[in-house]
Design a protein around this ligand. Structure first.
Ligand code: IMP
Ligand code: MG
Length: 185
């Protein structure tokens, strides 16, 4: 008899192997794009958005063979529910200066796009030398703006996803693959 799944309401969407392969591709593209711009004196500044981006960022930076520094910002636009509120709150600010730096923002998932739009405006106002975005998942159905995303792991039309950093009410972040959450079961 098969062992019952500990997470019966989860449907696998992206396997750990598929994520790992895609992250390697993104890391190589990022290395190719930035190679001529960076030196040890002028490293890339990678900014992860907590909490969700911590796993994608950890994998991505290990696939970028270039001088880089890492900082984190913590934003919140979700209040333990699956509807995005209109508010973005900064719960932890950056420790590095952004002005004059090549900056790469790393985010787990873009849904409506409000969180990222807010952050890009915030960082843009500090005068970075360049500002790009890497996201693991771009979810299209509810997008409210036409943000340009420079490096996208996977695109998806709809659904609430968990795993690989993504949570539902603080749960499931640790799952190595990405799953769709069947709500109400
Ligand atoms: P946006 O402002 O709607 O783009 O919200 C982006 C944020 O909402 C992400 O950083 C996630 O924290 C959260 N979010 C959006 N969709 C999902 C999902 O499918 N699963 C888990 N978190 C999500
Ligand atoms: Mg997030």
């Amino acid at each position: 008899m098969e062992t019952p799944s500990p997470h019966p309401s989860l449907i696998p969407v992206f396997s750990p192997e598929a994520l790992a392969a895609r992250v390697l591709e993104l890391g190589q593209r990022i290395r190719d794009d930035y190679q001529a711009l960076l030196t040890v004196e002028e490293p890339l500044l990678v900014i992860g958005i907590l909490n969700g981006a911590f796993i994608f960022l950890a994998d991505l930076v290990r696939a970028i063979d270039l001088p880089l520094e890492i900082d984190f910002i913590r934003l919140s636009s979700y209040q333990e529910e699956t509807q995005s509120s209109q508010h973005v709150v900064m719960l932890k600010s950056l420790e590095k200066e952004v002005g004059g730096r090549h900056v790469l923002v790393v985010e787990d998932i873009v849904d409506c796009g409000l969180t990222l739009a807010w952050l890009l405006e915030f960082l843009g106002s500090k005068g970075p030398k360049s500002l790009k975005v890497a996201v693991a998942i771009s979810k299209l159905e509810r997008r409210q703006n036409n943000l340009s995303l420079d490096y996208v792991g996977f695109e998806l039309e709809e659904g609430f996803l968990v795993g690989y950093g993504l949570d539902y009410a603080h749960m499931y972040r640790h799952l190595p693959g990405i799953h769709k959450l069947r709500l109400g079961s």
